[in-house]
Write a protein that binds this ligand. Structure first.
Ligand code: FDA
Length: 496
């Protein structure tokens, strides 16, 4: 409530925030988390907490009146539809040259993501986080993150035969016929549960196409892992539907302004609390926007010139391929991806063999590529519009497209197939308008010290994807979690 004082306030409940909350509460510190999204613990009008991907509704989008589906078209026809404005789970946040998809709610991105839990190859780590000791990461913090997240592997003999991974087996066949390494990747989805879903003995989630708007069963999200453990200490409080708008120094502590919102996004109360320490864990975009604004508007004028810089899209680009009639990908596709094509060393691309869970046979293979796109953007405060802008340009995706083509041009040539041009518009091959993997903006050892302490303000920390300079070579949340584990270890040992 307004006027309260807390020892530690954490802004955001995604990976970075959840690691901070668990390790601090275990160390005996009381933690209060503030989350702008909903709690997602109560069933909606249909008896389920989350909406299905095939039937988006009021729960699906953050304060939009029309859906903004990543695949906007099918057979060239637009598939978006009107929905009531609501504090839904997936934010499609528009900047000038890119739409950044993010999870909103207690659990952050863990609520909406595909659960792919990938530790980068060690030889790539130096390019990902150049000032972090790889021995510590690979011996201690990556294993700790994998354990905390509940990462598991699919039973490959089951994968070889089950209908819902036919799309993935077609992906393997085409990769291998063109000489590309095909690799299985771990996931946080409970693979035993998926077996039971597939056998029809438990309610379906992944096998019924649930993804993007939440999984009603099976996925080990942060509220089931890190946050559940933190709550069990009795030292954690979480305020959903509360958005932090300002942080300012006040003697030895910080004054934090928080707006409470209702489910249509209107502010219903403004609260002012004080905190000895504040952890920014609002995600790459959320943390960067807040700190860029607070530096510019005089609330935290001593932040250094690196704040807002070094933002990247993890090189994300999507595409589909049209298969021959003898290569159907299946009417039933598990929404949980299990594998990728690794052409990072030779071509700068790691392509996830992704599902297209439409419920009908599409003869399409669909891929989300992560590429070594070197372009980086910057956030800036736009005082007249009262918002933070990002200067990314759509044309900056061209290197990503070229790297993805190093895989798919070759596969198309070998198979005698073509790209699908009906998934992102009419005659549009590349999904180059979006990212699922925002990274950077408050880069480690630049805007902060080498452990996330913000320069100029003792007691202020960044502990989320904003620290990572734009690329992780694979899907990012395991690296975000492991880096947070490393940083909080140091911070608890030396600052508390
Ligand atoms: P994260 O975004 O998780 O959490 C930030 C939280 O802060 C959010 O809950 C937000 O609402 C809240 N917040 C923001 N501003 C606030 C404010 N001012 N006040 C209060 N709260 C605020 N990654 C991966 O490794 N494997 C995968 O398979 C996928 N798949 C995938 C699919 C889709 C559709 C998306 C959108 C993303 C993925 N990702 C992924 C990416 C992954 O989910 C992402 O990298 C992490 O969630 C980022 O973790 P952070 O802790 O940085 O922030």
């Amino acid at each position: 409530s307004s006027g309260a004082h807390v020892p530690v306030l954490v802004i955001g409940t995604g990976y970075g925030g959840s690691v901070a909350a668990l390790r601090l509460t275990q160390a005996g510190v009381d933690v209060h988390m503030v989350e702008m999204g909903m709690a997602w613990d109560t069933p909606g009008t249909d008896g389920k907490i989350f909406a299905n991907t095939k039937t988006p509704d009021y729960r699906s989008y953050w304060l939009r009146t029309r859906t903004k589906q990543p695949l906007s078209n099918f057979l060239g026809f637009p598939i978006d539809k009107d929905v009531p404005r609501y504090t839904g789970i997936l934010d499609a946040e528009d900047f000038s040259g890119i739409t950044v998809y993010q999870g909103r709610g207690v659990g952050g991105g863990s609520l909406v993501n595909g659960g792919m839990a990938v530790t980068p190859r060690r030889e790539n780590f130096g390019a990902i986080l150049p000032t972090v000791n790889p021995d510590e990461m690979y011996n201690t913090y990556y294993p700790r993150a994998n354990a905390g997240l509940g990462v598991n592997n699919i039973d490959q003999s089951w994968w070889e035969t089950v209908d819902c991974y036919q799309y993935s087996r077609v992906g393997r066949k085409h990769a291998q016929r063109s000489g590309f390494p095909f690799v299985f990747v771990p996931n946080v989805y409970d693979m035993q549960y998926m077996k039971q879903e597939s056998a029809g003995s438990v309610p379906k989630s992944a096998v019924d196409g649930e993804l993007l708007y939440g999984n009603n069963y099976g996925k080990k999200t942060l509220p089931k892992t890190y946050l559940a453990q933190a709550k069990a200490t009795g030292r954690l409080a979480i305020s959903p539907l509360h958005k932090v708008t300002s942080v300012q120094r006040d003697g030895a502590s910080y004054t934090v302004v928080i707006e409470q919102i209702n489910t249509t996004g209107d502010t219903v109360a403004t609260k002012v609390v004080t905190a000895d320490r504040v952890f920014f864990a609002a995600g790459s975009v959320g943390t960067s926007k807040l700190l860029t604004k607070l530096k510019a508007n005089g609330a935290l004028p001593g932040l250094n010139g690196e704040v807002g810089k070094g933002w990247g899209d993890n090189g994300n680009v999507m595409c589909g391929r049209a298969n021959h009639l003898w290569d159907p990908t299946g009417a039933v596709q598990s929404s949980i991806p299990t594998a990728g094509i690794d052409n990072w060393a030779a071509g700068g691309a790691f392509a996830e063999v992704a599902p297209l869970p439409t419920g009908i046979e599409t003869f399409a293979s669909f891929y989300l590529s992560i590429t070594k796109n070197p372009n980086r953007a910057e956030f800036s405060w736009n005082a007249s519009a009262d918002r933070v802008d990002l200067n990314w340009q759509t044309a900056w995706k061209q290197p990503a497209i070229d790297m993805a083509k190093s895989i798919f041009d070759k596969i198309n040539a070998k198979e005698g197939t073509i790209y699908r041009t009906d998934l992102f518009g009419v005659y549009k091959t590349w999904g180059d308008h979006l990212t699922y993997h925002p990274l950077g903006g408050v880069v480690l050892n630049k805007a902060t010290d080498n452990y996330g302490r913000l320069h100029g303000y003792s007691g202020l920390y960044v502990i989320d994807g904003a620290l990572i300079p734009g690329n992780t070579s694979v899907n990012p949340f395991v690296t975000i979690t492991a880096l947070a584990e490393r940083n909080i270890d140091k911070i608890i040992a030396t600052d508390f």
